[in-house]
Every structure is written in C-alpha cells, then in structure tokens.
Design a protein around this ligand. Structure first.
Ligand SMILES: Nc1ncnc2c1ncn2[C@@H]1O[C@H](COP(=O)(O)OP(=O)(O)OP(=O)(O)O)[C@@H](O)[C@H]1O
Ligand SMILES: [Mg+2]
Length: 379
C-alpha cells in the first residue's frame, strides 16, 4: 500500500492518465493495437469460446450469425470484438452509434443500404431514440422496416424487406436497455475486467507491435496499475515508452516503469490523484463518512457526476469505498491505502455500516450492469 500523500485543497487536475475513456487521438493510436481475430484476442476466454462457436456455426450454415450484444465498462474490448466479428465472417462492418441516430429515418436509411451478411455495429445502443429503437425491433426480428410515408391520418406504412444482417450492439449500461431490445439479441456477452496476468500478456503483445523492448518486471508493474483495463494498460505503456526514450536507452525496465508512473501520479493500486483526493477527503475531513456524494464532490472541487461515474466505480470495486443510503463511507482498506489510522470504531459502528450497505435493488449503484463475470447470461 502506498504511503500517505497530501493533496492540496485546491489543485488543477491534469488530464487523467487512468481514465477509461479515450479521445479521438487515442482511438487512432488504439486501432494499431487492436487484435483482428478471435485467436489474437487476449483474455475473455469464455466470451471468445462462446462467440467462436456462434460464428463457426453461422459459417457452416452459410448465414449471417445471430445478433450480438456486447456489454461492459469502457476500454475492455467491445469495439474490438465487433470488428473481429466482421473479420471472422469476412463481412464488411458498418459503424454507427446510438447518439448519431436521432430519428427513425436515420436508422431506416442505414438499414436499407446494408448488404447481405453485413455487420452493423451500433455503439452506445442505450442512447438511441425511442422511435428508432422500435424500428430496430422489427428489423432485428423480421428483417423488415416499415417506412412511413405522409403525415396524419393519410400516412401509410410501406414495408421494406432488408437483407439478413448481423446487428452488434455495444453498451456500457446494459441495465438501461429495454427488455424487448435485449431479448432480440441471440447472443449476449458481458465483458469483465482483465486479470493482471492477462494484462501482462496484452502488454507484451502491444510492445511487440510497437517495437518496444519491455522487461518482464516492468510489464508486471504496469499491468498491476492498469485497473483491469486494456485501454489503460496500452496508454500507460505508451507513457512509459516516452519516459524510457527521453531518459533512458528506450528499453523499458522496472526503474523506467516506476519513474514514469510516479510522474503521472498512478500509484501501486492504479489510483491517481483524483481517486486519492476523494479518499483523503472522505477519511480526513469527514471522519470516514458516511457523507453525501454532493458534499464529497464539492470538497475535491469536482462535479458530482465525475465523482460518481469516473472515480467511484473503481474505488467500490477495489473495496475502498462503500455506497450507502446515507452517503459514501471509507472502508478499512481505504485508510490503510492512504497510510492513515482509522478512528476507533464506536460501539455498534460496524453493525451500522452493514445496515447501510447498498440497497439490494441497486438504487445506489451506477455500475449495476457490471455484473457477474464473463460470457453469455441466459435469463
Ligand atoms: N482482449 C483484448 N486483447 C487485446 N487488446 C485489447 C483487448 N481488448 C481491448 N484491447 C485494446 O484496448 C483498446 C480499447 O478497446 P476497445 O476500443 O475495443 O474498448 P471498448 O470496450 O469499445 O471501449 P468504449 O466503451 O470506450 O468504446 C483497443 O486499443 C484494443 O486494442
Ligand atoms: Mg468502443
């Protein structure tokens, strides 16, 4: 665990090196590292094997495979898998996203221009508009859309036959998908966070592709700080490479990895300044909580939403923070991580905390869809 680090009251945060999201520039860098076949994919073995079966069977039958829904947190490989499905089927992939489809007409235009067997990758499918969603139901099930011509009482629906295509939907929030949409996917895969061993393998693969010499202990070090996320692992690798090229001979050894990660303020557990600032505020200003989310966010000078969606899921997953009906509370591990001693528990405090655990209906979780591990969930 890391020693205590003081976080000043007001500090300007540099861009986060551990964020799970990617900007346009990074997406370009990522495409060079994307595996292009199931065999090249690292980790996600259950999903890989299940998908392999679905695709092999479809190839034998000579038809487009069932529609596939990929869910899971950002940076775990949803886009990668969608493109692999196209490659494995030797089919072109048309890429679009929920927010880009505001009207049913937008979707009708895309669907009616698909070729037989084409893969339609619909990213952020949970953000599609309602009318488009309803059009999609019919398209997925009957390979047909009803194009409405005219307005008011004189409007008529003209049915339009579609070629057999495969819809690959991706979402970070599968809990937000309406059941009728979810049920129309023949195969649903939930991507889970990667183990340090898998990330280690991924880092060696990326290093090979980028022509970087990467020592084993350096790879282990980077993998351990990557929050179970390939995107973060690849990004840290690029930053460490920068360091090694500027300060060393270009080879990434343990010293280079540690120095670069320290420069970027990523600690041994993968927490960065903002994560630690939240924990520190929780422990030192609010006695470990429970404290309301809004108060906690203000105390670190951040938006409530940022703390809730960017910081908390990882802290909760690592067992450092609890979401309770009365607010956020630090766990003993949080105190230990900051090198602080928790106040002596008052009688009944532990029992009280247990009472305050997340409500079973998931009311307090925004990551409720980060569900049990791997593979298709048959319901
Ligand atoms: N299983 C994997 N093996 C090797 N590399 C991977 C794997 N999964 C993801 N990556 C790498 O991680 C990066 C991010 O993956 P990807 O873009 O597929 O994530 P995503 O789930 O679509 O994220 P988002 O929700 O932000 O769209 C890519 O550069 C890809 O090369
Ligand atoms: Mg993606």
């Amino acid at each position: 665990m890391s020693p205590a680090r003081d976080v000043p009251d007001d500090f300007d945060l540099p861009p986060r090196v551990v964020t799970q999201d990617a900007d346009a520039e990074e997406r370009a860098a990522e495409s060079a590292l994307r595996p292009t076949s199931l065999a090249e994919l690292v980790g996600q073995t259950r999903v890989r094997d299940q998908l392999d079966l679905v695709l092999q069977a479809a190839r034998r039958r000579g038809t487009a495979p069932d529609h596939v829904l990929l869910s899971g947190p950002p940076g775990l490989g949803k886009t990668t898998l969608a493109l692999i499905i196209g490659a494995e089927m030797s089919a072109p992939v048309r890429v679009t996203s929920g927010p880009a489809i505001q009207h049913a007409g937008d979707l009708a235009a895309i669907l009616s221009s698909l070729a037989e067997g084409e893969v339609l990758f619909l990213d952020e499918i949970h953000r599609m508009s309602r009318p488009a969603e309803e059009m999609l139901y019919l398209a997925m099930e009957d390979f047909r859309v009803d194009v409405v011509v005219g307005k008011g009482p004189g409007a008529t629906a003209i049915p339009l036959e579609l070629p057999r295509f495969t819809l690959v939907g991706a979402t970070t929030r599968s809990g937000l998908l309406p059941a009728p949409l979810r049920d129309r996917f023949g195969f649903t895969a939930h991507l889970d966070f990667y183990s340090p061993v898998e990330l280690d393998e991924l880092l060696h693969r990326s290093a090979r592709l980028l022509g970087i010499e990467l020592d084993q202990d350096a790879s282990t070090e980077i993998a351990g700080r990557s929050r179970g996320t390939p995107r973060i692992a690849n990004r840290l690798l690029r930053r460490v490479r920068d360091w090694a090229q500027v300060h060393g001979g270009g080879r990434i050894d343990l010293a280079a990895a540690r120095a670069a990660l320290e420069l970027y303020d990523v600690d041994e557990a993968g927490l960065d300044r903002l994560d630690r600032a939240v924990l520190q505020a929780l422990c030192t200003r609010f006695g470990g909580g429970p404290v309301g989310l809004a108060t906690l966010a203000v105390s670190v000078g951040e938006e409530t939403e940022t703390v809730e969606t960017v910081v908390e899921p990882f802290l909760v997953r690592e067992g450092l923070l609890l979401r309770t009906p009365r607010g956020r509370a630090a766990t003993p591990q949080a105190w230990a991580h900051l090198g602080l001693t928790p106040p002596r528990p008052t009688p009944g405090a532990a029992a009280q905390l247990n009472l305050l655990e997340d409500a079973p209906d998931g009311t307090f979780g925004t990551d409720a869809d980060v569900g049990p591990s791997g593979g298709e969930r048959f319901r």
